[in-house]
Design a protein around this ligand. Structure first.
Ligand code: NAP
Ligand code: HSE
Length: 437
């Protein structure tokens, strides 16, 4: 059978990895796909830098429009990243009747609704497995493997850079900036690493997971996002002492009146498997009503792990290329006319347990004032720890773990605690998740 022709937009970390994997495993991939998958053209900005990838079949261009307009190309793989020109190129490829594979979570989370509508109208596929959790086939698992289930919640460590930073800080005590530079050198970090550190990249991925788990449109703008830049070594240590690990977690839950969609540092019981996911590895827990909790683990970033997902999409598209568009797997798992408009709940309505840390004057009555405020707001304390003041100091760290309560109660309690004359500075709040199956 005639080879399927692929055009690559971008030959950086993921583009280079994709080409390498396709070339190295050419025979195996052809046996699986039923025909050869051949990259015939690639667009980059710096032609000289990409020269090492050129081969007999592959031509390089500095103009990505040439790839999306090339009539010989069946599938366009977008690995440029960012919104523009990626969005315009993807829409043009679709308009030209080409299937699209992308690893661009920012693009799918922010413009997926528009892109899928265009693809639907044109009868082409847009595949995006590599956009979430690198090499872990989590999109396929939720969209196809768990299709019998009513999904109740999804929680995941879905940013390799942050997990790498948190692991190195905890295990080696390495400074934040040094570990970030290492993640950048290894090709894990986004072009703008604040996307990683401030939780934006994880929120892009969580938005996509939420859409395919619950059959809702992409709602990135409604996500609550908090990154790891304000985490302190003390909080990481105190959490350990209480039997917890802090991870940057993406959590999306189905509730009666809407969905929760939130990314933030989270205390997880240290005995959970997911709490022991270290380095650049990612893990996603999915709770379905029939199957219970299932855990997916693997490399969340890097050239070849991400290429593994890109190539899997290429094989899928190759297999489905000739199938009737109405009988293909829907982009967002549910048929396009069956999506529901479940609203994302405000954080005030989110229910979880909390870690609270405050610096308090070490004198009688302070603890009683704090516990009275919590009691007034019906917040029950699960555990408490007080650290002795350091030599010559008169302030002690008080750490409290609460039982599950609504966030608006905790916000009100924090406002009152911070107003006490005995409390220095702000109260640190970190959410907790039990993640019980
Ligand atoms: P990268 O290393 O920076 O590579 C980007 C590539 O796109 C480079 O070859 C660059 O060419 C090319 N490019 C950029 N703008 C272009 C333009 N206007 N026209 C033509 N070529 C252009 O990025 P990456 O890490 O591979 O990431 C690519 C995508 O994959 C992003 O959406 C990212 O979020 C996603 N992703 C990355 C990882 C990872 O581990 N890195 C994992 C999952 C998903 P020059 O080099 O010539 O400038
Ligand atoms: N910057 C991302 C991460 C790349 O660190 O997880 C993979 O999506």
């Amino acid at each position: 059978m005639k080879p399927i022709h692929v055009g690559l937009l971008g030959l950086g970390t993921v583009g280079g990895g994709t080409l390498t994997v396709l070339r190295r495993n050419k025979e195996e991939i052809s046996r699986r796909a039923g025909r050869e998958i051949r990259v015939v053209q690639a667009a980059v900005r710096d032609l000289e830098k990409a020269r090492k990838y050129a081969g007999d079949d592959l031509s390089l261009t500095g103009n990505p429009e040439e790839v999306v307009d090339n009539p010989a190309i069946d599938i366009v793989v977008e690995l440029i990243g960012g919104i523009s020109p990626a969005r315009e190129l993807v829409l043009k490829a679709i308009a030209n009747g080409k299937h699209v594979v992308t690893a661009n979570k920012a693009l799918i989370a922010k413009h997926g609704n528009e892109i899928f509508a265009a693809a639907q109208a044109k009868g082409v596929i847009v595949a995006f497995e590599a956009a979430v959790a690198g090499g872990i086939p989590i999109i396929k698992a939720i969209r196809e493997g768990l299709t019998a289930n009513r999904i109740e919640w999804v929680a995941g460590i879905i940013n390799g850079t942050c997990n790498f930073i948190l692991s190195e800080m905890r295990e080696k005590g390495s400074p934040f900036s040094e570990v970030l530079a290492e993640a950048q050198a290894k090709g894990y970090a986004e072009a703008d690493p604040t996307f990683d550190i401030e939780g934006i990249d994880a929120a892009h991925k969580l938005t996509i997971l939420s859409a395919i788990a619950f059959g809702v449109p992409m709602q990135f703008d409604a996500a609550y996002i908090e990154g790891i830049s304000r985490l302190t070594k003390e909080d990481i240590r105190y959490a350990e002492e209480l039997g917890y690990r802090i991870k940057l977690l993406g959590v999306t839950k189905r509730k009666e009146n809407g969905i929760e969609l939130r990314v933030h540092p989270t205390l997880i019981p240290a005995r959970r498997l997911i709490a022991n996911v270290e380095g650049v590895m990612n893990a996603v827990l999915v709770k379905g009503d029939a199957v219970g909790a299932t855990l997916y683990y693997g490399a969340g970033a890097g050239a070849e792990p991400t290429a593994s997902a890109v190539v899997a999409d290429l094989v899928d598209v190759t297999r489905l290329h000739t199938a009737d568009p109405h009988h293909r797997v829907p982009h967002l798992a549910f048929q396009p006319d069956q999506l529901t408009d479940l609203a994302v709940l405000p954080m005030a309505e989110v229910e979880t347990a909390y870690y609270l840390r405050m610096r308090a004057a070490d004198r009688p009555g302070v603890l009683a004032d704090i516990t009275r405020i919590l009691a007034d707001l019906a917040i029950s304390i699960d555990a408490m720890m007080q650290k002795e003041p350091a030599e010559g100091e008169h302030q002690a760290d008080i750490i409290m773990l609460t039982h599950v309560t609504q966030e608006k109660n905790v916000d009100a309690a924090i406002a009152r605690i911070e107003a006490l004359g005995s409390i220095e500075g702000r109260v640190t709040l970190i959410r907790m998740e039990e993640l019980k199956g």
